[in-house]
Design a protein around this ligand. Structure first.
Ligand code: GRE
Ligand code: ZN
Length: 324
């Protein structure tokens, strides 16, 4: 069987479970999701088997954790990786409200200090609950550590902050509809895209020219807007064009966006070795992902070699994972 690696795959930690988690009600309302989300064992492995997934790179779901809670979360994940070394790998959870602490936790988790387990990078929310983004100089300490360790940071959407919600919510729509529009219906994706543009414009990629950033959901709409971004950003005074940074510093995954249309765009304007398959477990189904992969294979849009790249090789190279 040909390998598959997925890398936007979430769990909810025991520390997060013990906290109130205002959005947990959303998760609990989805049948079967809660049990999959909070587990790191047989249920997850069975779903991976059903979707042909060889290895899941597991990360925490949306929501801030303080430094001690992050350490507990990462220790829990490390134990699961230790128990299933061929099937699970880890992305660290980082306390992003405290950039120094985030850098420290990245070092602890990715340099093999956790009893033989080394995580392959980190997945962070696109902003903290208080609405802090990472384009400021206080995060240089984290980018420095990520480049020193040569591990990618995955920027993942999260629930709108109070300010963002207040600025965008319509008085004509009920809160649950508005939340969906501002979350996985659209807003999450534009939020990550805007964040990447902010980081670029603020010179993060000038200061850290080898920084590796991963974004999900078929590139969070950036590929579709690439030409306009390229034109606008030529006035931002950066050392390299956005296009060069896109080609050299960013990777994208397919997570839970099961259409070939965005991929057609991506294949035209993005380097093919940047495209990595992912499911977004438990919010998307591995079986739907597998059906999408089969549709892709039958479409003739990619060569056999490119398909292998998307299925696992591109991720294996970026994350230095051995799945054979
Ligand atoms: C995600 O991680 O992408 C996600 C959630 C919650 C709901 C939908 C979704 O965290 O796609
Ligand atoms: Zn996700």
């Amino acid at each position: 069987q040909r390998p598959i690696i997925t890398l936007e795959e979430h769990f909810l930690s025991r520390v997060a479970l013990a906290q109130s988690g205002e959005h947990n009600a959303v998760f609990k309302a989805i049948p079967g999701l809660w049990d999959q989300f909070t587990e790191l064992g047989p249920r997850r492995l069975a779903d991976m088997d059903a979707g042909g997934v060889t290895m899941q790179v597991i990360s925490h779901g949306p929501g801030d954790l303080a430094p001690a809670a992050c350490r507990d979360c990462n220790d829990q994940l490390a134990a699961a990786v230790r128990a299933n070394p061929g099937r699970f790998a880890g992305f660290a959870e980082l306390p992003m409200e405290q950039p120094q602490e985030a850098a420290k936790e990245l070092r602890r988790t990715c340099s093999g200090e956790m009893d033989g387990v080394a995580f392959v990078g980190a997945l962070v929310d696109s902003h903290t609950e208080a609405g802090l983004y990472y384009d400021g100089p206080e995060f240089d300490v984290l980018w420095a550590e990520a480049t020193r360790l040569d591990v990618p940071i995955y920027i993942h959407p999260t629930w709108p902050s109070e300010q963002l919600y207040a600025a965008s919510a319509s008085p004509h729509l009920p809160a649950n509809v508005m939340t969906t529009i501002l979350a996985f219906g659209f807003g999450w994706h534009s939020d990550v895209a805007l964040h990447v543009l902010r980081m670029y414009a603020a010179g993060v990629f000038d200061r850290f020219p080898t920084l590796k950033i991963v974004i999900g959901h078929m590139g969070e709409m950036i590929p579709y807007m690439l030409q306009r971004i390229q034109r606008a950003s030529s006035r931002w005074g950066r050392e390299r064009s956005f296009r060069e940074v896109w080609d050299n510093n960013l990777w994208l995954t397919t997570s839970g966006n099961w259409a070939l249309d965005p991929l057609a765009c991506i294949l035209r304007n993005t380097k093919h070795d940047r495209i990595m398959y992912s499911v977004d477990y438990p919010f998307a189904k591995s079986r739907d992902g597998l059906a999408w992969l089969e549709e892709l294979e039958q479409s003739g849009m990619v060569s056999e070699e490119e398909l292998e790249g998307i299925r696992w090789k591109n991720a294996a190279k970026l994350l230095r994972l051995d799945v054979n």
